[in-house]
Design a protein around this ligand. Structure first.
Ligand code: CS2
Length: 481
């Protein structure tokens, strides 16, 4: 345990005035967006303090409040660690404890941006179509009641209060790994607003802004032993540190609510973010190259008995596999942003995955596969199919996900599957008598697979599933090479 209970203290003076409410105050945002925004303010000024909102649990607030919302960001590079104290958070609200306080913060005239990292499933949409899932229990609740529970519900109800008060809307800045994330969240917000009040939807349509973003930094969950090790090292107890790799990249569509003039956003470029007119090429590159292989390595690595991504790519068979995946199946599927050397990008990604300082569990990345596969892997598969290219590696990754989602690993041990569809996926898999039946049953989940893709994938997927079961991960991947 920590020898000295001394707490962290603010060093940079009083907390800045708030300009942003952030929904979903997890480790990723605290190691990424918060750090950029703080640097932007240090370089160019402005009042962009952040009010964090936890939509579910009080644990982040409970850990941050006693230390005045100050925390340590620990950068873990191959050559050691660097510490940085982050002081941009003003307060943290816990939505279920006091939804009115969250709506009041979001409706304050000083708040010009509401940013979000609520994970894929937090948008309550149908991953295959990108539209609001209006049968989702939280969405049904939020249509009927004015105190919301979902992220889309908070956005719409707060915008409703701002419209009633004669204030301009806030810019909605989504920072989740979703395809065309700005347009997606706009569609979801408009779908929900239309159910509540069509005039509100018209106003949001005319006045609202939903810039797309590409966010990138590897931030594994902080474990209790990380907290202890940091206290040991610094002699100060920080209950809520975050750990991250050195790399970061934030590409933001420069389209913020114009009513705020020059004060519409922090000077993110001063902190190294790229403000561009079109995020799509960056998004394709990142979701397909990084997240697509992250998920592939998570399922195959887990089934091969590897605990972390670094361990997985230290396994020569999986290292060869991922390099082949980039070269033969992913890079040919999209046009990289102008000026990017995509093979160099792949090499850099390999080093990021191999970073021994980052213990990113395969089990953590494997979570919520039903929400991640479409934008990470299925789009690439579809584009390859349309161009007449085969994708044996990606098909094997999807087969590994199917085995994983079935809830039993290759040694017969149970898997703790975390996924909003976990129960349904397991019973579909359990209910089918053989490999063919299991693959067909899972391909029939239209929330994930569209019918046409399912049909064309079926034979190769059945084959890959059977091979993984019969021969294991190594032999299956070796046969691909
Ligand atoms: C990971 C991402 O957990 C996951 O699914 O693939 O969180 C990944 O680490 C980030 O997107 C990196 O920018």
């Amino acid at each position: 345990m920590h020898a000295d209970p001394a707490r962290l203290e603010r060093q940079k003076g009083p907390a800045p005035r708030a300009g942003i409410v952030h929904l979903g105050l997890g480790a990723f945002f605290r190691a990424f967006g918060a750090v950029y925004i703080e640097e932007a303010m240090e370089k160019s000024g402005g009042n962009w303090g952040i009010i964090g909102v936890s939509l579910k649990s009080p644990s982040t607030r409970d850990r941050l409040a006693p230390q005045d919302f100050v925390y340590t960001a620990q950068e873990l590079g191959p050559d050691g660690a660097k510490l940085h104290q982050v002081e941009i958070i003003r307060e943290v609200l816990v939505a279920p404890e006091n939804p009115d306080a969250v709506l009041a913060a979001m409706s304050d005239r000083d708040i010009r941006i509401v940013s979000l990292t609520v994970t894929e499933k937090g948008y309550c949409h149908d991953p295959a179509t990108g539209r609001l899932n209006s049968t989702h229990p939280d969405i049904r609740h939020d249509i009927a009641a004015s105190r919301p529970v979902s992220a889309p519900g908070y956005l719409v109800r707060a915008l409703q209060q701002r419209k009633a008060a004669g204030l301009p809307p806030f810019t909605v800045l989504t920072c989740d790994n979703l395809p065309d994330n700005g347009r997606l969240v706009k569609g979801i917000v408009l779908d929900l607003a239309r159910e509540i009040d069509p005039e509100l939807a018209d106003w949001i349509m005319a006045e609202g802004r939903f810039p797309a973003t590409m966010v990138d930094r590897i931030v594994p969950a902080t474990k209790p032993e990380d907290v202890d090790a940091l206290a040991e090292k610094t002699g100060r107890f920080d209950a809520a540190p975050v750990l991250h790799e050195p790399f970061r990249q934030w590409v933001v569509e420069d389209d913020f609510v114009p009513a705020y003039g020059e004060e519409a956003r922090p000077d993110l470029a001063a902190a190294g973010a790229e403000l561009v007119a079109n995020v799509t090429p960056y998004e394709h590159m990142k979701l397909r190259m990084l997240n697509g292989t992250h998920s592939s390595l998570a399922y195959l690595g887990y089934l091969a008995g590897h605990e972390t991504i670094a361990e997985t790519v230290a396994d020569p068979v999986l290292a060869t596999f991922v390099k082949r995946l980039w070269r033969d199946e992913i890079i040919p599927s999209f046009t990289p942003p102008d000026g990017v050397d995509i093979h160099g990008y792949a090499d850099a990604l390999f080093s990021r995955f191999a970073n021994p300082g980052i213990r990113h569990r395969t089990w953590q990345i494997a979570m919520d596969g039903s929400q991640k596969l479409p934008q990470r892997i299925l789009g690439t598969l579809r584009d390859n199919q349309a161009a007449g290219r085969t994708s044996p590696g990606l098909v094997t990754a999807v087969a590994a996900w199917m085995i994983y989602a079935g809830g039993t690993d290759l040694t017969g041990a149970p898997i703790d599957v975390r996924d909003p569809l976990a129960g349904r996926l397991k019973s579909l898999s359990d209910g089918a008598p053989d490999t063919e039946g299991k693959v067909s049953a899972l391909l029939g989940v239209t929330d994930i697979f569209d019918a046409e893709l399912a049909e064309t994938l079926r034979p190769a997927l059945t084959d890959a599933y059977a091979r993984l079961k019969a021969e294991g991960v190594h032999k299956t991947l070796e046969a691909l090479a």
